[in-house]
Design a binder for this molecule. Structure first.
Ligand code: SF4
Ligand code: SF4
Ligand code: FES
Length: 275
């Protein structure tokens, strides 16, 4: 690890050349928004909401993937940066449904984004795909962040059941030959919905309860436990409401699990509440 000195928003900061701009800024307590970034995935650089301005660089750079370099002069909230983040939010908000994207309202306020001014644009209108009992794919909420593709591929599952097909407005996440999930290579690990930032991929329990108006996060607890099925020792975060398990998540900061699970840990808890 070699130390470097950079300047962030006018302040000198000592950091490590191994870190990205995002990691350095987070260590300094700065809040750079992200959508396509997740600690356990390779940065895909697709959303561009994390961009920052670097002295001497013509283009803004994504903080989530760019490593720091000695002498870098970084501006994290300059007018150009704020304008770009506003545009990213407006273009996303006017084309897909962000209603289940955490903290998006705060981001819209922070950057003065008004997606309504693009009304009548290329809005994705698509009914949710329900082709199995375990999770729903609602691509009207998909921001094409690639996280699910990475989690299904080399970053975790190595199953490669899903990928991005098409170009431009036709681009979308799909299985091979657009097969239904049960007919595809999918092994129902749920790692894709574990990383989805917008609720486009959502467990069936949550989808049905939201539709019925019974999903109540204020009444939910999250309990960490260990998957009972094998000796690997994956940790589970069980989301419980009214004494019923609703879904199993996987902690990002656990060195066995790293945010991922197999089908047994992810969905094999129904017997606990069998009637
Ligand atoms: S459930 Fe697992 S195997 Fe199936 S698409 Fe999602 S990540 Fe891939
Ligand atoms: S389905 Fe979710 S994780 Fe996959 S690309 Fe769309 S928004 Fe990202
Ligand atoms: S969070 Fe950096 S490009 Fe999406």
């Amino acid at each position: 690890m070699s130390g470097v000195v950079i300047t962030v928003d006018g302040r000198p900061v000592e950091t490590s050349a191994d870190l990205t701009i995002l990691e350095t800024c987070r260590e300094e307590g700065l809040d750079i928004p992200t959508l396509c970034f997740l600690e356990n995935l390779t940065p895909a650089n697709t959303c561009r909401i994390c961009v920052v301005e670097i002295g001497g660089s013509r283009a803004l750079v994504p903080a989530c993937s760019r490593r720091v370099e000695s002498g870098m002069q970084i501006k994290t909230e300059s007018e150009r940066v704020r304008h770009t983040r506003m545009m990213v939010l407006e273009l996303l908000g006017s084309s897909v449904d962000l209603s289940l994207t955490p903290l998006v309202d705060q981001l819209m306020d922070r950057y003065g984004a008004a997606p309504d001014r693009f009304d009548g644009g290329a809005t994705v209108e698509e009914a949710p795909t329900i082709d199995n009992q375990l999770f729903v794919r609602d691509y009207a909420k998909c921001i094409l962040c690639y996280k699910c593709v990475q989690a299904c591929g080399v970053d975790a599952q190595n199953t490669f059941a899903i990928s991005v097909v098409g170009r431009g407005f036709e681009a979308r996440i799909a299985t091979e030959y657009q097969l239904a999930l049960p007919d595809s290579a999918c092994v129902f690990c749920g790692n894709c919905f574990g990383v989805c930032p917008t609720g486009a991929l959502i467990p069936t329990t949550e989808y049905e309860m939201r539709a019925a108006g019974t999903w109540d996060e204020d009444a939910q607890t999250v309990t960490r436990t260990i998957c009972p099925y094998c000796g690997v020792g994956c940790n589970l975060d069980l989301v419980v409401q009214d004494n019923r398990i609703l879904k199993a998540l996987s902690p990002l900061d656990h060195d066995v699990t790293s945010g991922h699970l197999c089908i047994k840990g992810r969905f094999g808890w129904q017997h606990v509440q069998s009637e």
